[in-house]
Design a protein around this ligand. Structure first.
Ligand code: NZQ
Ligand code: ZN
Length: 388
């Protein structure tokens, strides 16, 4: 393991079926005004909304609400939430939902006490917050993004056709997150498998970089093997608590900064997927699934050894009599079969993307340089075309 780095993650986690019981204790650490943030209504249907509001009431909190946070939260919705947070003098933002609600709450938290326009400041100029940050706590209902234990906050601007993530520092990460795998059981299968692929791809984005013998890669391989196993169980029986529980915990560790230590990290599948999302508003994990194989097959020759190792260590391909080229191809074929087994969307055209969007999607794709091959714009277009 080469390189210099620090590691610190301030988010306190409560995991398991009894984890909501700790909310009462956590609430004591914050002031009396709570802004409750949630999505389009799944928490009302499941009864979680009633449970949480009862705990808030018992704890003597004044509660304001932002509801209707949509998947891929928008900048207009962000501005609405900032206004409500200001009017209610929020001391704590309590996010109840998936990555969209958690990301959104973080974006509100850095904007409440800031005069600048949040889109311009954080998503165009990429500045760091220089104002008071309202603390965020999460109660997670969907496993995938890792937003419960990281500083990521992805916001979509439909008018500008841009979907951009800002990864904030430690002081924006949730102060606490409550992870009860049982809450994820009401997810539609489409969302469950999209989340599973999001987890897999977060690990791949970090794994497919660097040449050194690196502890982070061994941790990643273990996480991937566990995820593949649990996903196969969950897709047959979504009510299997043990599998859903392993998926949820893997999601957190896939993107809480641990497995990126000592890695340059790639993240191009996400850059492509996000730009697709800006045009189609498609489910995040599905945008990744649709571009992944064309992208990985394109860069494979530049990172052959790692792709061969991916085949043997993650997918159990026997190296006997196989060249690195053959192994690398076998690994991606094994991943392709698994993706089809889960029922993932494998083509951008199935997500509403059309040929005439490709140039715009390419323009909106931020090109990063941490992976095995830095793509130029023509290569981005090639990968997108191959993903149709
Ligand atoms: O809005 P409700 O009614 O709650 O429905 C949601 C939503 O329609 C539903 N859902 C969530 N939990 C449920 C449930 N339905 C039934 N039962 C439950 N228990 O699922 C739908 C999708 O939810 P969403 O929060 O959008 O999904 P996800 O967790 O995948 O979050 C996606 C967002 O996170 C960003 C994505 O770009 C996207 O905007 N990401 C954030 C990252 C980060 N913070 O580091 C990294 C990721 O790569 C990703 O970019
Ligand atoms: Zn993701």
């Amino acid at each position: 393991m080469l390189g210099n780095f620090s590691y610190h993650n301030p988010t306190k986690l409560y995991f398991g079926e009894d984890s909501l019981g700790f909310l009462k204790d956590e609430l004591k650490n914050f002031g009396s005004n709570v802004l409750l943030v949630y999505g389009g209504g799944s928490i009302k249907k499941s009864g979680l909304y009633d449970e949480i509001t009862a705990i808030l009431k018992d704890s003597g909190k004044n509660v304001a609400e932002v509801s209707g946070v949509m998947p891929n939260p928008t900048v207009d919705k962000l501005r609405e939430g900032v206004k409500i947070a200001r009017e209610s003098s929020a001391d704590l933002i309590l996010a109840v939902g998936g990555g969209s609600v958690c990301d959104y709450s973080k974006a509100v938290s850095v904007s409440v006490h800031c005069d600048d326009d949040p889109w311009e400041k954080y998503y165009i100029r990429f500045e760091e917050p220089d104002c008071e940050i309202v603390p965020v706590g999460c109660i997670l209902t969907m496993a995938g993004t890792g937003s419960e234990m990281n500083g990521g906050a992805v916001i979509t601007n439909h008018e500008k056709h841009l979907k951009i993530g800002h990864v904030f520092g430690d002081d924006v990460m949730p102060k606490f997150s409550i992870l009860n795998p049982r809450y994820t059981m009401t997810l539609p299968k489409y969302q469950m498998v999209a989340g599973i692929y999001d987890i897999m791809n977060h690990i791949c984005e970090q794994y497919f970089s660097g040449e050194d013998d690196n502890t982070s890669d061994y941790i990643s391989e273990g996480l991937m093997r566990g995820l593949i196993r649990a996903s196969r169980i969950a897709v047959k029986d979504p009510q299997d608590y043990e599998a859903r529980s392993n998926i949820m915990w893997t999601a957190t560790w896939a993107l809480n900064t641990l497995v990126s230590r000592g890695k340059s990290t790639d993240w191009m599948v996400h850059m492509l997927g996000q730009s697709v999302g800006a045009y189609t508003d498609a489910t995040h994990g599905m945008t990744l699934a649709a571009v992944s194989l064309p992208y990985y097959r394109y860069i494979m020759p530049y990172g052959l050894k790692k792709f061969a190792r991916f085949a043997t260590e993650v997918w159990g391909v026997s190296p006997e009599g196989r060249t690195d080229e053959q192994l690398a191809a076998d690994g991606l074929s094994a991943m392709e079969s698994w993706m089809k087994e889960l029922g993932l969307v494998m083509k951008l055209s199935d997500l509403g993307a059309t040929e005439d969007m490709i140039e715009g999607i390419a323009d909106g794709t931020i090109i990063l340089d941490g992976g095995y091959k830095v793509l130029d714009r023509d290569e981005i277009v090639k990968v997108l075309k191959a993903s149709m």
